[in-house]
Design a protein around this ligand. Structure first.
Ligand SMILES: Nc1ncnc2c1ncn2[C@@H]1O[C@H](COP(=O)(O)OP(=O)(O)OP(=O)(O)O)[C@@H](O)[C@H]1O
Ligand SMILES: [Mg+2]
Length: 657
């Protein structure tokens, strides 16, 4: 064997299965026979074959090796001209045969010609060498009518080389990216499974040969879109877990920081559950952060601090109250429509007016914070409610305290209560807007009295939502999460608990923040961090009826620039927005159960080759995978995410063990 010719390494003489007897640009017919097939441990439906010229008396790999190798996929049987006569002869033999056969009767007809048959194949491409490098063209440039090409079923190392082939251009791009990220060598690749052709895998994946490991290249996966489709319980979540795990392990081994965030709608990634005996959080305890909407041991709160993230807190309360269908009164209506955003200088004509508005804003915030405190929302540690009040007002309300120095919750409530009692005086003294309508409504809610002095439930209406406030949080949760991602951590957003409207809103807000921050880095000429966003039940977010301007479609469409990779999982191919699907670089599909879905999928690449097998084979984790680097679909058994094994892996980044 000549090691200098990269093509020679693909030819495995012991895997010879026949000869091409017809060939054109699209199809090939391979003449094979039972004995050759048996030697090569069978020829499964959809398996890859290699066809190459074999010099007389020598196998193809001799001396300089072949000039090109044609890559084929077996799509079925092919009729041969002699088939009818053979069939007739066979029938005659069978008609004369007894059952049970006599001891002397052969198991199969011994006549050689009965053993021959045709295989129908599709041309997938041509391997050839240019400038010393192996290349793969996705078609056949030219073919001869006369030559017989020897055909092999690649296995083991040759098969692994075929399914993991990366063009020199993409390899160069991966090297360039690695250099830019200061990584030694190339970008890593992630082992996710092994080649599997058929549901019945007694022969082609038997212990006699090492299964060929299939890798997802970081250069295909990072900053790209990956779709995971399949019927329920066919291994979509397992695929996601496996991806998260190999990406983490490989990134630890290579030094490339890759942040990963999982939108976990069912809580299956965050928690150990009986079915999967483990979770991502358990496998990478030091690198995983779990977020939830309600206080739970081991989880951070997705929520914000209502006292410090005032706008966010108010938006949350507003959503909760609106969803709660609480009877409205004028003060509650006013509360719901309040805007707590800070006044900006450019909105006002003069400094004086801006300062006046800032004062109003300060008092409004203080009244709101006092209202929260009165409703039982815990103040952050050492937090004081602070606002300016000039000496005239201070003396009228309560000469003994200065709100500018900060008030405790009780002091603030008392201050506003006293202010309410002398409100008429304050208004005449300072002009009608010292207590503006918003502050007035907030005071009404605080003191449970409306403008007419009648009882209203006031602050009590806010009491049921206390769990949505995170008193110990000092930064915005979105920023905290983003920083974890920049640091290469796994963030699991467990969205299985809490108010559905709030879950969706917060989930979106976090996604928006990630996109905004990474886009800002991109727009200012910096390199955004690598982040992978995993979304389950994706039809809800990037479904075919979603507006493409919404945050999720925007991330799916434009996230690549900002180095955001999206992995989305759902049961139906047809449920995803076609615009997004057609821009998805990697597609992994396991069992689908109907023609509609198959037809939808068959519009993409050569998935049509797998139409029958996708409907028939219901094996869990048996996926057909199209990646950016591969010009054709590869059937792969995705590895089972095995928490115990993952934990045992001693060397981060070691592949496939
Ligand atoms: N590749 C695999 N090898 C072995 N077992 C697997 C594999 N993938 C999944 N399983 C097992 O099959 C079961 C279902 O898998 P999983 O939860 O990933 O399916 P799913 O497609 O996400 O289902 P759903 O649509 O209900 O979310 C799990 O118990 C899982 O451990
Ligand atoms: Mg699932």
């Amino acid at each position: 064997m000549n090691d200098l010719n990269p093509l020679s390494c693909l030819i495995q003489v012991e895997q010879f299965i026949g000869w091409t007897c017809r060939l054109d640009y699209e199809q090939a017919v391979v003449l094979t026979c039972d004995q050759w097939k048996a030697q090569a441990r069978g020829v499964p439906h959809n398996c890859f074959l290699l066809a190459a010229a074999a010099a007389a008396g020598r196998p193809a790999a001799a001396e300089n090796g072949p000039e090109e190798i044609i890559l084929l996929r077996v799509t079925g049987s092919a009729p041969l001209p002699a088939d009818n006569e053979t069939l007739l002869a066979r029938i005659q033999i069978l008609m004369a045969r007894q059952f049970p056969p006599a001891a002397s009767a052969p198991d199969a007809p011994s006549d050689g010609q009965f053993q021959f048959g045709g295989l129908g194949c599709r041309i997938l491409g041509t391997f050839y060498v240019q400038d010393g490098k192996l290349r793969l063209g996705s078609d056949l440039e030219s073919y001869g009518h006369a030559p017989y090409l020897a055909v092999y079923r690649p296995a083991g190392a040759a098969l692994e080389a075929i399914v993991n082939f990366v063009s020199p251009e993409r390899a160069a791009a991966a090297q360039e990216e690695a250099r830019r990220l200061d990584l030694p060598g190339e970008l890593p690749r992630f082992p996710i499974g092994t080649v599997r052709y058929t549901s019945t895998d007694r022969l082609h994946r038997s212990g006699a040969c090492e299964p060929a490991v299939f890798y997802l290249n970081a250069v295909d996966f990072l900053a790209r879109r990956t779709a995971v489709f399949g019927m329920t319980r066919t291994g979509k979540s397992n695929t996601v877990k496996q991806l998260v795990s190999v990406v983490m392990r490989t990134s630890q081994g290579s030094g490339l920081k890759i942040g990963q965030i999982i939108y976990d709608l069912n809580g299956e990634y965050a928690n150990a559950n009986q079915q999967d005996q483990g979770s991502i959080a358990e496998v990478f305890p030091g690198d995983t952060l779990r977020y939830r909407m309600l206080p739970t041991a081991g989880f951070q709160l997705i929520l914000n601090n209502f006292f410090t993230q005032v706008v966010e807190g108010h938006t949350t309360l507003k959503g909760l109250i609106e969803a709660g269908k609480i009877p409205r009164n004028a003060d509650l209506e006013a509360f719901l429509s309040m805007d707590f955003s800070e006044p900006r200088r450019e909105e006002y004509n003069s400094d004086g007016e801006f300062q006046r508005q800032s004062g109003i804003y300060q008092r409004k915030i203080a009244a709101y914070q006092a209202l929260l405190a009165r409703a039982g929302y815990e103040l952050p540690p050492n937090f004081k409610i602070t606002f300016e009040a000039n000496p005239g007002i201070r003396n009228k309300v309560n000469p003994s305290v200065d709100p500018a120095g900060g008030l405790t919750a009780t002091q603030a409530c008392e201050w506003f209560q006293l202010a309410r009692q002398i409100q008429d005086e304050l208004i005449t003294a300072k002009g009608a807007d010292w207590i503006d309508p918003d502050t007035n409504a907030l005071m009404n809610l605080l003191l449970q009295r409306n403008d007419q002095g009648a009882y209203i439930p006031g602050f009590r209406l806010l009491q049921p939502y206390k769990d949505y406030h995170a008193p110990n949080r000092t930064t915005d949760v979105c920023d905290e999460i983003y920083q974890h991602l920049v640091g290469g951590k796994i963030v699991i957003l467990d969205l299985s608990v809490g108010d559905p409207v709030q879950r969706e809103r917060l989930g979106k807000r976090i996604a928006q923040h990630i996109l905004r921050q990474s886009m800002a880095a991109f727009n200012s000429g910096r390199h955004p961090p690598h982040i992978v966003i995993y979304v389950e039940e994706a039809h809800n977010l990037i479904g075919r009826h979603e507006a493409l301007t919404d945050i999720w479609p925007t991330i799916a469409k434009e996230g690549a620039k900002a180095r955001l990779a999206t992995v989305y999982a759902t049961q139906e191919v047809s449920s995803i927005h076609p615009n997004i699907l057609s821009n998805t670089e990697n597609i992994l599909v396991s069992h689908l159960n109907n023609e509609n879905e198959i037809n939808e999928l068959a519009k993409y690449y050569d998935f049509r080759d797998f139409s029958r097998s996708l409907i028939r084979a219901q094996n869990v984790g048996f996926a057909r995978v199209k990646t950016l680097s591969n010009p054709f679909v590869i059937p792969v058994q995705i590895d089972r995410f095995d928490p115990a094994r993952e934990r045992r892996r001693a060397v981060p980044g070691r592949l496939g063990t």
